[in-house]
Each structure stands twice: as structure tokens, then as C-alpha cells.
Design a protein around this ligand. Sequence first.
Ligand SMILES: Nc1ncnc2c1ncn2[C@@H]1O[C@H](COP(=O)(O)OP(=O)(O)OP(=O)(O)O)[C@@H](O)[C@H]1O
Ligand SMILES: [Mg+2]
Length: 157
Amino acid sequence: MYNSYKITVKNIDETAKLAQALGDLIKVKGAFICLYGDIGAGKTAFARQIAKHLNVREKVTSPSFVIINEYLSGDIPVYHFDLYRLEKEGVKTVVDELLEYSKPGIITIVEWAEFSDIELPYDRIEVKIEVTGETERTFEFKGIGAENIAVIEGLKS
Ligand SMILES: Nc1ncnc2c1ncn2[C@@H]1O[C@H](COP(=O)(O)OP(=O)(O)OP(=O)(O)O)[C@@H](O)[C@H]1O
Ligand SMILES: [Mg+2]
């Protein structure tokens, strides 16, 4: 079961507002979020805004070269993966770790989850970011599983 929600934002400030709204809806129970979109679409920017809103004090940077960044200074632990550099072969080496990060009470954000051959956790939120203008982005959210469906409904209202 899943639902979806599509919204276009005009600039980075509106992206921040959207990230805040999502952050508020997941900051207690946590969530496993997969971010999709071309290079420069705004995946890291969106992750950064979620973390910032949850009072993460560390600077949120792209985890491309370290694969995972952990932010433990905020309201809820935030784990930020970027599978781009690993490509499909390398992802096998972090699969167990990645699946361990799907559990209640933490937020896990994965960039380039399409590089993962493995089956993703069923309960997840997928976010597709499309560049539709210089600073305009179209976000398509998909909530999979009952809790995430409720989150996406919350985002709509
Ligand atoms: N509305 C917007 N939302 C998000 N980012 C925006 C927006 N408008 C402009 N930008 C800019 O787009 C760029 C997005 O870069 P970002 O590193 O977040 O992309 P990415 O999807 O993580 O790319 P990569 O695949 O390389 O990891 C930033 O320079 C950001 O300032
Ligand atoms: Mg990125």
C-alpha cells in the first residue's frame, strides 16, 4: 500500500519549508527515506534542511566519499548515506549496515538508493526531486506502509 504527493517549490527557501514539514512529521517515530534525482537536483540540500530543522548542529555535507554521515546532536539520530561512489558492486559491502539503519526512532536518508541491488526496507518514504527551473524543483513523495502513508497525508494538509 502506498500513497503519493507532488508539489513544486519555487526556490531553496520553499524547499526548506517542505523539509521542515516532513521533519516535524517524522521526528518522533523516525523514517527511512530514499532520495532520487539527478546530480545537483537537491538531494543533499533537502537532507540538510531536514537535519537543520531537527536541531542537528553539525554541518551536513555530502557523504559521497565516506558513504555515511552520522548526526547525533539533534532531536533524533540522523544517518545520511550516499551510495553514488559505490555503484552497484560496492553497495554489496554496505548492505547489512544499510538495512540495520531501518528501525524505529532514527531517521535514515539515502541518496542514490537506486544503486542498491538489494530489496529496500518495505516501510519507507521515497522522494523524487526533479529540476524544473533554475531554482524550481518538483518533489514527488511516496509513502509506503501505513505509518508513512500517514506522514504523506500530513504533508498534504
Ligand atoms: N529549490 C531548490 N531546492 C534545492 N536545491 C536548490 C533549489 N534551488 C537551487 N538549488 C541548488 O541546487 C543545488 C543542489 O545540490 P545538491 O548537492 O543538494 O544536489 P544533489 O541532488 O545532492 O546532487 P548529488 O547527486 O551530486 O549528490 C544546490 O547548489 C542548491 O543551492
Ligand atoms: Mg548529494
